[in-house]
Design a protein around this ligand. Sequence first.
Ligand code: C5P
Length: 222
Amino acid sequence: MSNSPVITIDGPSGSGKGTIAQLLAKDLGWHYLDSGAIYRVLAQAAIKHNVGFADEQKLAEIAHKLDLVFSLEDEGLVVILEGEDISTIIRSEQAGNAASKVASLPLVRAALLDRQRAFRQSPGLITDGRDMGTVVFPDANYKVFLTASAQIRAERRYKQLKEKGIESNLPDLVAEISERDIRDSQRKVAPLRPADDALQLDSSSMGIDAVFKYIRTLCADI
Ligand code: C5P
């Protein structure tokens, strides 16, 4: 496995980890892994191939063979599944919830480990998710765990979805985000939790610029 430097940014949905991770990747000129997008794509692939979210064996097989291409563009992450651009479809809350269901299955997570670790290439990797610092890259150079209250995260998500032209409503978002938090933090395998050596940052009252500057300063020696 490559020993290029890695910075992991974990946290719950809507904590701002994706935005921060992309800013850092661009600033440093490093590779970027949005691990949540892999689970989102897997859920879409399951729907496409008529595989139920409880069929762990079949889902793991799909995960092994997933024909997936990511590219980080100015407008954000472009996601191609089997030749089809699904960048927008995978960003709905329903797609997030579907991702969280397939992500709770141990065989699925095991099937995706090598694929995630393969993103660790020179000159370095910024990655965001739930278990980047605890399971996938336990030897990361820096680990950050970003949080914010469920209400604030739902408000941010609402704004983000609106900008992407996706309709949603705030009370539903608060409920869906809370439901997903519970599932992600209570599952048996790789639950959402900060690594023991992660810097924990509550971004509830911080803007993206302030969070970015804080983390960039933390990693100033890189
Ligand atoms: O980060 P994002 O909201 O795109 O993640 C979608 C879902 O994928 C999460 O709710 C979580 O269940 C799952 N996930 C995970 N491990 C990761 C990243 C995401 O289980 N490293």
